[in-house]
Write a protein that binds this ligand. Structure first.
Ligand code: AQP
Length: 342
């Protein structure tokens, strides 16, 4: 190969991105700002795999009909947000069996002590005391399998997934130290602004799609609902508009939302709003959220009416994802000593 051919090949080989969102409820602006928006920003510079992680969703009990419906809805949301299904792999995790198969092998390279330290496991087992299942406990191993299957370089996530990503790196390094360079060690991509959007009603807690509806803004909420929810958002009583997440979590959360969606620095928004009341801050935040979501909502409405198109996207992309995933899976199976296929 000539040097020129080598250069062309190097230039063409893009790095790989993997990330996913659970179809465990209607997506919130936390999911949008912390993850989805960045998926869209990164799609031209990387080979991107954006999964609908339905296997993760069943770690908490789901209504089957709702889960089924939400998978197609999430595919529509991905595309409506700006992800091109010709360029990015958009598919359901349960349609590529290599995810679950690799997760089993990686379970055997993960320690109980590591999993017991995961803060999401502690929080979710406290919230679902009647169903502390083994899947909830080994969730980070399935997440590691998702990422490592595709030899991923970069994982765009919100800050709540940082601990899981660190565990994924530890598992990959452990496996590589025994069997050689099998897995690429992934890096996280965590946004500077909006990595953790907080609940509207309990601003010390992360906004989550499985919380009561008043705590979050769903990306499909209509303008009246958005205004009502933001109007009722918990703030404080000192009346000063200032960014200080420790002592003013509610006000700071509204400033973060506005900053992330309007691409304006939090301090500059706070300075601009000096002397105005919380009513005005809430009104501006609502205007900003409504304007940011409007194009996505219009496109979603169009896409969700065409179920056949969405089904075709997830089917064809699952087939493509499967052929990539199987390469890593077969290599791993061989390394650990599974008998060859005839
Ligand atoms: N509040 C948030 N702020 C910023 N980023 C967030 N993410 C979630 N909540 C926020 C990011 O969204 C991506 C998808 O998350 P997920 O659905 O896979 O799981 P999650 O982190 O558990 O999200 P939720 O909304 O809290 O779901 P439930 O209620 O089902 O547990 C991730 O990159 C996450 O960091």
């Amino acid at each position: 190969m000539t040097e020129q051919e080598q250069n062309v090949q190097t230039a063409e080989k893009k790095q790989v991105i993997f990330s996913g969102i659970q179809p465990s409820g209607t997506l919130t602006i936390g999911n949008y700002i912390g993850a989805l928006r960045n998926f869209v920003k990164l799609q031209n510079d990387y080979d991107c795999i954006y999964c609908i992680v339905d296997e993760h969703a069943i770690t908490v009990r789901q209504n089957p009909a709702d889960l089924r419906r939400r998978c197609l809805e999430l595919a529509a949301i991905y595309i409506a947000a700006g992800l091109d299904p010709q360029k990015n792999l958009i598919y359901c995790q349960s349609h590529v069996s290599a995810h679950a198969e690799l997760a089993w092998i990686l379970n055997c390279f993960t320690y109980m002590g590591e999993l017991s330290r995961m803060t999401q496991f502690k929080a979710k087992s406290a919230a679902h005391e009647d169903n502390i299942n083994a899947g909830l406990f080994t969730y980070p191993v399935l997440m590691a399998a998702d990422i490592l299957l595709y030899q991923t370089n970069l994982v765009p996530v919100g800050v709540d997934q940082k601990q899981h990503l660190e565990l994924c790196r530890d598992i990959a390094q452990r496996f590589n130290s025994v069997y050689g360079n099998v897995f690429t060690i992934p890096e996280g991509y965590i946004p500077k602004i909006g990595a953790k959007i907080m609940s509207l009603q309990e601003p010390e807690k992360k906004m989550s799609k499985s919380d009561p509806a008043e705590c979050y803004i769903a990306i499909l909420d209509d303008p009246d609902t958005i205004r009502r929810k933001i109007k009722r958002a918990v703030t404080d009583s000192d009346g000063e508009i200032r960014f200080d997440p420790e002592s003013k979590p509610g006000v700071s959360n509204l400033l973060s939302i506005m900053s992330a969606l309007g691409d304006e620095d939090v301090d500059s928004i706070a300075t601009r709003m000096q002397g105005k009341g919380y009513g005005e801050l809430k009104k501006e935040t609502a205007d900003c959220v409504i304007a940011a979501l409007e194009p996505l909502q219009a496109e979603y409405k169009r896409l969700i009416a065409d179920k056949a198109y969405l089904q075709n996207v997830i089917d064809t992309n699952a087939a493509a994802a499967n052929s990539l995933a199987i390469r890593t899976l077969r290599k791993v199976q061989k390394k650990v000593g599974f008998a060859p296929r005839g």
